[in-house]
Design a protein around this ligand. Structure first.
Ligand code: OSB
Ligand code: MG
Length: 382
């Protein structure tokens, strides 16, 4: 069985968040992600999601740069080229450097198409084994300590199994300590999104103070492009460091582990450029006994479904950021919606591909821009 894409459709879709989300760098009220539909020579379809943000505050890619990459480089490289499995599709754009969020979106659409045509669930095709996944929530910085206590209470009442709190200098120890005092046994961690510096003695003291709180880990305390200072910091902390922003590939993961820059890795399909590379990071960590969990980018249902499939791999032993859609959005664009019950999400083993069907009417209702790209060679022969 092989596929030759005849069209790639891009839909820039905007969904409002149920609650503004603040990290150490900025506040978001809505997200703009690009949904991608691919169609092959037989009319078979697949959906993918490019989860880059509208601003360059988490990584350098934005919704505009990834749209540009998809339109001008990735889709043109793939359209009209025959491929047997998704890694061969990804090989068509191998000379494009970086731009991993854009690549991840198109590769995901190829995986969805590939597994639907083969009649299998995505989770099985990538080596998943779990029937259900354990789910946590990622909570933004709140203006007050009372505000974060309310948020934690709300999500623990729903059964979520782990709480991640965004932190930054001045919004760290007091917030985390208040949560720890009220819930002494809850699985708790912090994500700094690169807000601290090893050069700054107050920053280092603040991070060391967190050792008293029995946190599962501190995620990405230092610069987004660093693995050297993180190794120095890890040597001064008891709390494990988890890297997010700094890890773009399996090679980055190997180097960070060899250097001692982290003891845990956050696997994000988008940041790693697709499901295949995410799986390679999983396999490396699994072989070395390094725990991993699946991070998120507030994905809509398409990208979230890919995250659910990823979490079904055996090495995902820690509850991650893959929550039910309703944690972020009142109305998602997939059917059925992705729901967590008592902090677990069922892996859709009885369904094909991503396992959640894209509701095209809902996509269109929230689309702010769209583009159809076609195989010009096929059009010439038609
Ligand atoms: O650093 O993990 C992060 C969201 C956007 C950008 C970066 C991050 C996050 C999250 C939210 O923490 C995770 C989610 O609920 O999808
Ligand atoms: Mg993070």
């Amino acid at each position: 069985m092989s596929h030759t894409l005849r069209s790639v459709e891009l839909y820039l879709v905007r969904l409002p968040l149920v609650r503004p989300f603040t990290t150490s760098s900025h506040t978001k009220h809505h997200l703009d992600h690009t949904l991608i539909r691919v169609r092959d020579q037989d009319g078979a379809e697949g959906w993918g999601e490019c989860a880059s943000a509208s601003d360059p505050y988490y990584c350098s890619e934005t919704s505009e740069t990834s749209w540009h990459m998809l339109r001008d480089f990735l889709a043109p490289a793939l359209l009209g080229v025959r491929w047997g499995q998704p890694d061969e599709a990804a090989a068509t754009w191998a000379r494009v450097r970086g731009n991993r969020f854009a690549k991840a979106g198109l590769e995901m659409a190829c995986w969805d198409l590939f597994t639907r045509v083969r009649g299998e669930p995505l989770a099985g095709a990538i080596g998943g084994t779990r029937q259900e996944i354990h789910s946590g929530v990622s909570l933004g910085i709140e203006p007050t300590v009372e505000g974060i206590l309310e948020q934690v209470e709300h999500y623990l009442a729903q059964g979520y199994k782990r709480i991640k709190m965004k932190i930054g200098p001045g919004k760290d120890l007091a917030y985390l300590r208040a949560v720890r005092e009220r819930w002494p046994a809850v699985l708790l961690m912090a994500d700094a999104n690169s807000a601290y510096s090893l050069e700054n003695a107050e920053h280092v003291a603040a991070l060391r103070a967190l050792d008293a709180l029995n946190l599962m880990m501190i995620e990405q305390p230092l610069a987004d492009d660093d693995i050297v200072d993180h190794a120095r910091l890890q040597a001064q902390l008891e709390t494990p460091i988890c890297l997010d922003e700094s890890i773009h590939s399996v090679d980055d993961a190997r180097k960070a582990l060899d250097l001692g820059s982290c003891r845990i890795i956050n696997i994000k399909v988008s940041r790693l450029g697709g499901l295949s590379e995410a799986r390679r990071v999983h396999d490396l960590c699994f072989a070395r006994g390094i725990p991993v969990w699946c991070g998120g980018m507030h994905e809509f249902g398409v990208g979230r479904a890919a995250n659910v499939a990823m979490c079904s791999l055996p090495g995902f032993t820690l509850p991650g950021d893959v929550s039910g859609s309703d944690k972020a959005y009142r109305q998602d664009i997939v059917d059925p919606p992705i729901r967590a019950h008592s902090g677990t999400i069922q892996v859709p083993w009885s369904r094909l591909g991503l396992g959640f069907d894209t509701d095209f009417a809902l996509v269109k209702a929230n689309t702010v821009r769209e583009l159809l790209l076609e195989d010009e060679r096929a059009a010439l022969h038609a």
